[in-house]
Design a protein around this ligand. Sequence first.
Ligand SMILES: [Zn+2]
Ligand SMILES: [Zn+2]
Length: 271
Amino acid sequence: MRADYHMHTEFSFDSSASLSAQIQSAIDHGLEEICLTDHYEPAYPGLPLWQVDLPARAKALRSPALAGLQTQITVSQGAEVGLLDLPGYGAEIHQLVTENQLDFVIASCHLCQGEDPYYPSFFAGKTRAEAFSLYLTELTSLVEHTISPADFSVVGHIDFPAKGCPYDDKMLRYTDAPDVLDSLFRYLIVHGKGLEINTSIFRAMGKDTLDITWLKRYRTLGGEIITIGSDAHKPQDVGYGQAAAAALLQEAGFSYLTTFRQMKPIFHKIS
Ligand SMILES: [Zn+2]
Ligand SMILES: [Zn+2]
């Protein structure tokens, strides 16, 4: 199974890729399935438009041209939900997931104590381990307290600070935050949730790999649910790093990767 389970389209404020361009690129890259995961994050400072219009996207996918493309590839409907500590947010996300009959939801942290770790100011005065530890502590707390486990499928890019950090060695290491990672992994495993390998981190680091130690640790603790996603905002990035990610999964002891239908995991042998 070659499935890219994280990508954005013109229905995300930060992508201008049309639905047809993303789907066509996935077909051209030999993918069998993709999931559209446009942003839903209604309180990012200064940007009120991080909210995908899911009914409009679903309607567009039913157009004759896009329906034709979907005879060549499975297109699942998802969202990347920003984790936010707002009153009533969990109920809002529950409504979003159920009303739009989503297949898959990525729960992502893009704000850590009000700052976006994509930008250099987040890292001022912090070592890499301190920056990752702070981010993962915030991520774990938000996952546990702001969203019902019924309303998400995987946690997105746990190594997100690697994208913007100024360090020579950008890669998240298990040893940067072992206790926090263990507590996040245990929560996800107990609640039947998963992780993703986000290959946009490969692109940001300039090497198609990750610290296998944290991936192995997730597996050792009983983690089974894992998706691979390019986080492509442009057609040329769709499907990026699929083979490298699948090889890393096998090296870490995984035999299956996961896709989702109506929020339920489907396991596919990694070949
Ligand atoms: Zn994200
Ligand atoms: Zn994304």
